[in-house]
Design a protein around this ligand. Structure first.
Ligand SMILES: Cc1cc2nc3c(=O)[nH]c(=O)nc-3n(C[C@H](O)[C@H](O)[C@H](O)COP(=O)(O)OP(=O)(O)OC[C@H]3O[C@@H](n4cnc5c(N)ncnc54)[C@H](O)[C@@H]3O)c2cc1C
Ligand code: FES
Length: 348
């Protein structure tokens, strides 16, 4: 039996068991910590992109025995039938007894890596590219679109490390390193650390690969939509597709506000000239006159609305802020795309 995180417990921590996927793993853990932390302490790295704040819902598990009464956050996160079926957030329940859970089988393959920052450079004034060489283990298997969770060690006097998700920008054939693109969120715990403190040569830890976002195996034309550091998975996909010569017609809409927010536009335009299947549509929503911008202008949703024909049989892939993604999905639906052809990764 485990309790919600707000419930006080006067029982002292003790050893309990967690049975995962009907016995695929049996773990003995200390009580008193959250299910998420207990699993992590035993090498099971559930995604937890919001760092346990109950926002991302990525740490969801199905509790098959020893479930706790859902708290307010879980009641908001899940429908009643989902809660009745055992869905819970692992960051929201504290262990005070044995528990049985089900997680997607691929979660058991997520590893913890020790790495070293090989390079950190500016893509724009507020986006950095980080290349991390993997030391132990020294290689990672992933598919384009997946992400890693970077660990920031103990940012606060009290409490443990924080974990944040960053999409992998490098292609899967580069197994000994991962590249990330990180936008500075003013006041943000981890992105400020990456921008202001992390330096070349520094050791870092990360877990991965996480996530389900990625290209389907269909031959349908593709629409890619990204803003800012949402470029990351598409940079991986583009380089991978080009190398494997596995091209599908692709129109890439990349939206930022001003010229100073734009990056890789020259490289992507050059690729568009070279690759017959690839079209690049860089867009500014609020250019300054001094930007001398001759490309598309408008919110990315307006530009997508102008370029994408009604009734298209394309698949759409979106990455970036939740607001941009939700607004773009509305436009795509109006163009006739069903939800079964729309795939996205929200950066929140
Ligand atoms: C699957 C996934 C993949 C991601 N990939 C990337 C990536 O490739 N590159 C990247 O830069 N980020 C990515 N993110 C976002 C990233 O994980 C962090 O949320 C982000 O770096 C902010 O973390 P922080 O610790 O700096 O801010 P926090 O301390 O968590 O937040 C500080 C404040 O900023 C707000 N905030 C948090 N995130 C944002 C945001 N994105 N925009 C505006 N306000 C925000 C919070 O609500 C809070 O008020 C991804 C997120 C997910 C879920
Ligand atoms: S870690 Fe984000 S909801 Fe649990």
């Amino acid at each position: 039996m485990i309790e919600g995180p707000t419930e006080a417990s006067d029982r002292s921590p003790a050893d309990f068991s967690i049975v995962v996927n009907g016995g695929a793993k049996k773990l003995g853990v200390r009580g008193g910590m959250t299910l998420l932390a207990a699993l992590r302490s035993q090498g099971i790295h559930l995604p937890s992109a919001c760092g346990g704040k109950g926002q991302c819902k990525l740490c969801r598990v199905r509790v098959t025995s020893g479930a706790w009464p859902p708290g307010e956050i879980e009641t908001r996160a899940f429908r009643k039938d989902e809660l009745d079926g055992g869905l819970r957030l692992a960051c929201q329940g504290k262990l005070h007894g044995d528990v049985g859970i089900e997680v997607p089988p691929e979660v058991l393959g997520i590893k913890r890596f020790r790495g070293q920052v090989e390079r950190i450079d500016d893509l724009t004034y507020d986006i950095k590219r980080l290349r991390i060489n993997l030391i132990e283990p020294d290689s990672i298997e992933f598919v384009c679109g997946q992400y890693v969770q970077l660990t920031m060690p103990r940012p606060f006097k009290e409490g443990g490390p924080v974990y944040r998700a960053y999409s992998i920008a490098s292609p899967p054939r580069e197994k000994n390193a991962v590249e990330l693109m990180v936008r500075l969120v003013p006041g943000g715990v981890c992105s400020v650390w990456i921008h202001k403190s992390v330096a070349q040569g520094q050791e870092v830890t990360l877990t991965g690969p996480h996530g389900q976002f990625g290209l389907t195996g269909s031959n349908k034309p593709m629409i890619w939509i990204a803003g800012g550091s949402g470029m990351s998975p598409f940079w991986s996909m583009l380089h991978d597709t080009r190398t494997r010569n596995a091209a599908r017609p692709c129109t890439y809409f990349f939206g930022v506000v001003k010229r100073r927010d734009m990056f890789f536009a020259d490289e992507l335009s050059a690729m568009a000239s070279e690759l017959p299947w690839f079209k690049f549509v860089p867009t500014l929503s609020g250019p300054d006159p001094a930007d001398n911008w001759t490309g598309d202008v408008g919110l990315i949703t307006e530009v997508v609305g102008r370029h994408v024909p009604a009734g298209t049989d394309a698949e759409a892939y979106l990455c970036g802020s939740p607001g941009m993604i939700d607004a773009s999905i509305k436009v795509l639906r109006k163009k006739g795309l069903g939800d079964d052809r729309i795939f996205f990764d929200k950066f929140a």
